[in-house]
Unconditional design. Sequence first.
Length: 159
Amino acid sequence: MTRATAILVLILMVCGCAPTPYRPGEHGVLIHRDGYFDSALDAEGKNLFEIRFEGNGFTNEERAADYLLLRASEVTLEQGYGYFIIVHLDKRAQPGNGYDRYIYLEKPLVRMVASGSFKTSPRGEADILCFKDKPEVSYGTVYEARPLAESLRARYVQK
């Protein structure tokens, strides 16, 4: 093996051992790329969104949770809101049936799942309720989107 080939192999090995970068994920017939996913959950697409993140075996739980918070902040701002609360949407609940549709959470749910080669990788999700003004609530954590996004971008996103 020539020296150039050995260096190329080493570079490819090192680059292949990096955590998932902050980027949109992709699922298709012939492709799967780790990253974040988001979608509106309410019929009008107003203020309830699902945020998901799938990372590789080199991405830890803290980074996955931070990526979820960063994407939640970005979606909040993109939709014209300033604040959000993380909730778990109880899809079995129907409005007016006597119990709340949402379970309020302090932080995103991230779990490590088995993937190839005996590694685990993070999978996380957060349903968010967005608000224009800071809501007065006694449950959950109210996140202010702009400063949170700026802080997490400075930590993780390459310029």
